[in-house]
Design a protein around this ligand. Structure first.
Ligand code: NAD
Length: 482
């Protein structure tokens, strides 16, 4: 697959960097340069924000009828569906996810747009009438230009999850995708032009965090930042925007616990728990990476889980039969391998633990299972972001909950039990933003996606996104003339 150099998308045009600089896009499979991408800097950010602000002030999108915005976004969603095979291949090329096993399936990105296209048109404002003499009503207005900053692990889907609501509610956006995944997003610029999006409402600047991301969040004409990535970057962004008091939404990392109780349906549980840590090579914010198993079924679970892990055979992401692709980059590969080395002293590696035989090139890691590590060990506490699970026994519900909650993170929690009482009791006590019982990542987009503790601040999804991406105001007027 020949790929043209990736470029910024500003004011409905693809552009090179004003400096002329580029950076290499490396395939995690071949470790070779695939193409180059425009390396954005402060001047490119300024041009994109200007285009976005002009579009917002012009009103062609920001003051358009909701039905017009719905039509454009629906057309864009249809075009995403039509071009999904290409988007899927581009994602596989830039970050290595298996084309036959993409995160959340091919249709989710299009659904992100359709969902918010309908949400913004159907959601009504409130009217509160204190008594016969006082009428009040709320209004939700678009705010201005938002900075959207996204990671590489599900690049296209996570981008549409932000820009869907941001533009649906009438804002303009400048999107900065990860420097590790600048290819798939280029298709979206073409799609929005074809769908009839007014120029400037949607813009993308490619490049590195410090060079393109920092000037973007600091730009005085940017009213808010929706960020998905690591807690360290979120802290940096929070500090940069604090003097301007901008609104921020942070979707961050996790070390999510899976609690497997003795009465769980083990065959179903084992297959789903494996998918929860090995899908996308474990490069999922909501990966169930700490698997806590009631001691009565610990040996049985471990035997089944090790056998299940062998089904996740690493291979070429372009082969539709492949379930497990490589790690995104050399730096991330070294980090994952470092944790596996650490696991040999903090515990024991009982499955995987290295580069798969026969794959001498590429950032491939075997599905790996660690046991006998103390719950406080680094491999049990830190986000590895690779196909690496740690399995820990517990004896009582209270002990399981204590281990699960002993974490700086609080993104997702998983409960496996046939007892509704246990499920509700544990759900009430788990300190996480999202809880899945007997399943993995089943979504309704109206629910608030997000985490507690170091896993995030704010929620996105349905009306929660509306609240973030709009300015809510009210008007109050007495009916009796004064
Ligand atoms: P990262 O924080 O390194 O980068 C994320 C994005 O921020 C990239 O586009 C990067 O270029 C940009 N960036 C980096 N430094 C910046 C700065 N100083 N100012 C502005 N932008 C900057 O994270 P990553 O390695 O790309 O992604 C992996 C992390 O994302 C993991 O911790 C994972 O759990 C998390 N994640 C969270 C969710 C969620 O919804 N909670 C979803 C996916 C990934």
């Amino acid at each position: 697959m020949t790929i043209a150099p990736a470029r910024h998308f500003i004011g409905n045009e693809f552009r090179d960097s004003l400096s002329g600089q580029t950076f290499d896009v490396i395939s995690p499979v071949t470790e070779q340069v695939v193409t180059t991408a425009a390396r954005g800097g402060v001047d490119d950010v300024a041009a994109a924000v200007r285009a976005a602000k002009d579009a917002f002030d012009g009103g062609e999108w920001s003051r358009a009828k909701p039905s017009f915005r719905r039509q454009v976004l629906m057309r864009a969603a249809d075009l995403i569906d039509a071009r999904y095979p290409e988007i899927n291949r581009r994602e596989a090329l830039e970050m290595g996810h298996p084309t036959g096993n993409p995160v959340q399936g091919p249709s989710r990105s299009a659904w992100n747009l359709r969902f918010f296209a309908m949400e913004q048109e159907l959601a009504g404002d409130h009217s509160f009438n204190r008594d016969d003499n006082l009428r009040t009503y709320t209004m939700c207005d678009p705010v201005g230009t938002f900075a959207l900053i996204s990671p590489w692990n599900a690049p296209f889907m996570l981008s549409t999850w932000k820009l869907g609501p941001a533009i649906a509610y009438g804002n303009s956006v400048v999107h900065k995708p990860s420097e590790l995944s600048p290819l798939s997003i280029g298709v979206l610029g073409e799609i929005f032009v074809e769908a009839g999006m007014p120029a400037g409402a949607y813009n993308t600047v490619l490049g590195y965090g410090k060079e393109a991301g920092s000037p973007l969040v600091e730009h005085p004409d940017v009213v808010g930042v929706s960020f998905t990535g690591s807690p360290g970057t979120a802290r940096d962004i929070a500090a940069r925007v604090a003097p301007q008091l901008k609104r921020t939404s942070f979707e961050l990392g996790g070390k999510s616990a899976v609690l497997v109780f003795a009465d769980a349906n083990l065959p179903k549980c084992v297959a789903t728990v494996a998918a929860g840590i090995f899908t996308n090579s474990g490069q999922l914010c909501i990966a169930g990476s700490r698997i806590l198993v009631e001691r009565k079924v610990y040996d049985q679970f471990l035997e089944l889980f090790v056998a299940e892990s062998k089904k996740w055979v690493p291979g070429d992401p372009m082969d539709p039969a492949t379930k497990l692709g490589p790690i995104v980059s050399k730096a991330q590969y070294d980090k994952v391998m470092g944790y596996i080395e650490l696991a040999r002293s903090e515990g024991r590696v009982v499955a995987g633990g290295g580069r798969p035989a026969g794959l001498e090139t590429g950032y491939f890691v075997e599905p790996t299972i660690i046991v006998d590590a103390a719950p406080g060990a680094r491999v049990c506490q830190e986000e590895i972001f690779g196909p690496v699970a740690v399995v820990i026994p517990f004896d009582t519900v209270e002990e399981g909950l204590a281990i699960a909650n002993d974490s700086d993170y609080g993104l997702a929690g998983y409960i496996w039990t046939e007892s509704q009482t246990t499920a509700h009791h544990v759900a009430a006590r788990l300190q996480t933003g999202m809880i899945w019982v007997n399943c993995f990542f089943e979504r309704d987009l109206r629910q608030p996606f997000g985490g507690v503790k170091q896993s995030g601040l704010g929620r996105e999804g349905g009306g929660y996104s509306r609240e973030f991406f709009t300015e809510t105001r009210f008007v109050s007027f007495p009916l009796i003339p004064r």
